[in-house]
Write a protein that binds this ligand. Structure first.
Ligand code: FAD
Ligand code: DLZ
Length: 508
């Protein structure tokens, strides 16, 4: 009897454990574009287009490879609208009684599959460097789960940038050499772009018709939609941008949306690129003398360090994680997260490019939109939903720890040892946004004062109970304490006035 092999929209890898455990001659692959997955949040249209186009191409590849693939398009009349529904329909159609799956990346879907009246065998997702058991073994009994130590384990495990058991270059971490302010000119033209072929065009028409009113610009669509294209995009990055990735990793520019970033997170997350393959390609560039160690180490750390670590946290912490709110922040998400209509130029730029590209790089996510939301006390669940909607690479296992944990401190410090907050001066140092901003970053108070300056101290003051004893924040509290009382009062009063305007929906 045939079994059904489930392949989800972010499981488009030939080495997927479910496919490896299945029998090509007798088992049947099920893939389905379904309303439930396309609408559990109102995804950016580019994200839906990427997933549907890549699913269609992957299905064709599996068929070429000899698999029997039952593929449901979104508009098929008998589409049941959900993954469990489609599995049940295909079970009826084929007589299959059993489903083989690879563990999926979201509790919502894990639970929905378990509730299905079919025998289900779930295999671990082996497309990660660390298994969840390995992560838990590392985490068990530790007082704090700092990424850096986990990362070193992953270096040892993979052998990446290791020489005779020691880290290449004599250090585990070269961040000291990284993170330079924005360069005057960028000699990289951004990620490789791909002209939509017939499959992609068909999907774009479908997405436009069904999801055209969601936040986000669908066309021009330029993302890679199959493994070959994604590999070309990776090579393009390794050759032209990786050498400067470290130097300008944290920089931001008004007129450059990608700087030296790889823009491959979505390709890795949906399975078009394998994380180890990506890291090995970067390591090779270093071995060949084409990229310096600070760039390559920093890049590899993001993938075998941060990416693996946040996944471990998501599954370790359980389904309630996206609902955590350790700082009890309750303010509503401001409208300008959708319209970009704000005088804060850094925020407007980040939202505009998010709308156009479904992409913003790490520092924009962390130190512009994330920083603002944290300083202003926005409800972290609303922040989480925004990020899950708007980014092409957003799947809950990776998005939630980054947003709820790293960016909003809503998990009470499991991921971040201190909140990622800054005043306007950090943004000014790392970008050219402030030069043309309506606010004045040098003004600490007054009509034109940069809101980040006011809100920074407001945040520190209102959360003193929580952070006052944090040794990493002692210096900032000492600075606050040295400020004259009347100045403190002015800062707090003006911050309150700003927050009131925000709550009233006035333009800020
Ligand atoms: P690069 O800067 O070129 O980095 C290389 C690769 O490292 C990325 O492609 C990605 O695979 C990996 N990486 C880097 N940082 C992280 C990280 N913190 N966690 C996991 N992987 C990382 N990443 C997602 O993949 N999906 C998300 O939904 C997501 N949401 C985020 C939300 C917030 C608030 C923050 C602060 C970060 C988030 N990240 C997320 C991490 C990171 O910002 C993106 O992976 C990165 O910006 C993607 O762009 P890139 O491919 O150009 O990355
Ligand atoms: C994100 C997404 C979207 C938009 N659509 C589909 C779909 O129609 N079919 C599918 O199999 N997967 C889709 N996905 C990806 C799933 O939502 C993803 O597998 C889960 O969120 C777990 O990570």
């Amino acid at each position: 009897v045939s079994r059904l092999v489930l392949v989800l929209g972010d499981q488009l890898s030939e080495n997927l454990s479910a496919l490896e455990k299945a029998n090509k001659d007798s088992d049947i692959v099920v893939m389905a574009e379904v309303a439930d997955e396309a609408t559990y949040v109102q995804h950016h249209p580019k994200k839906i287009a990427l997933i549907f186009a890549a699913m269609r191409k992957f299905a064709a590849r599996l068929r070429d490879d000899g698999w029997d693939v039952r593929y449901t398009e979104l508009d098929d009349t008998d589409n049941c609208g959900s993954i469990p529904g489609e599995l049940l329909r295909r079970a009826d159609e084929t007589g299959a009684k059993e489903v083989i799956a690879t563990q999926c990346g979201e509790w919502r879907l894990i639970n929905a599959l378990e509730d299905m009246p079919l025998k289900l065998t779930v295999h671990p997702d082996t497309r990660f460097v660390a298994s969840l058991d390995e992560f838990n073994d590392w985490a068990d009994g530790r007082k704090s789960l700092r990424m850096e130590y986990f990362y070193r384990e992953m270096r040892r495990k993979t052998g990446l940038l290791m020489e005779d058991g020691e880290p290449a270059g004599g250090k585990w971490n070269f961040d000291h050499d990284n993170r330079k302010p924005a360069p005057d000119a960028v000699d990289f033209n951004g990620p490789m772009e791909f002209t939509p072929d017939d499959t992609v065009e068909e999907v774009l028409d479908l997405v436009e018709a069904r999801f055209g009113n969601s936040f986000g610009t669908l066309r021009p669509f330029w993302y890679a939609t199959d493994q070959g294209q994604a590999r070309r995009a990776l090579s393009h990055f390794i050759k032209h941008a990786l050498p400067k990735f470290g130097d300008f990793q944290d920089a931001m520019l008004d007129d450059n949306r990608f700087l030296y970033h790889s823009v491959i997170s979505a390709y890795i997350n949906i399975g078009l690129l394998d994380p180890l393959e990506v890291c090995q390609a970067a390591e090779q560039a270093w071995k060949d003398g084409d990229a310096p160690i600070n760039a390559v180490e920093g890049f590899i750390r993001q993938i075998i360090g941060w990416r693996e670590y946040v996944r471990g946290i998501y599954f370790r912490e359980g389904p309630d994680y996206p609902r955590r709110n350790a700082l009890n922040h309750q303010r509503k998400l401001p409208e300008f997260f959708w319209t970009a209509d704000t005088k804060m130029r850094c925020v407007a730029k980040a939202v505009e490019q998010t709308r156009d590209e479904a992409y913003a790089h790490h520092i924009q996510r962390l130190m512009v939109t994330g920083n603002f939301a944290l300083l202003a006390g926005i409800n972290p669940h609303e922040v989480h939903e925004w990020y899950l909607r708007v980014y092409i690479d957003a799947f809950e296992w990776v998005e939630a720890p980054n947003v709820v944990g790293m960016s909003q401190f809503a998990d009470d410090g499991i991921i971040a040892s201190k909140p990622y907050v800054s005043s306007g001066s950090y943004i000014d140092k790392m970008s050219d946004h402030c030069k043309a901003c309506d606010y004045k970053v040098k003004d600490k108070t007054g009509e034109n004062a940069c809101p980040f300056n006011l809100l920074y101290w407001h945040f520190m003051d209102r959360h003193r109970d929580k952070f006052g004893g944090n040794p990493r924040m002692g210096q900032m509290y000492a600075t606050w304490d040295r400020m004259k009382d009347d100045r403190k009062e002015t800062v707090l009063r003006e911050a309150d006035q700003f927050l009131e305007k925000l709550s009233k929906g006035e333009r800020v």
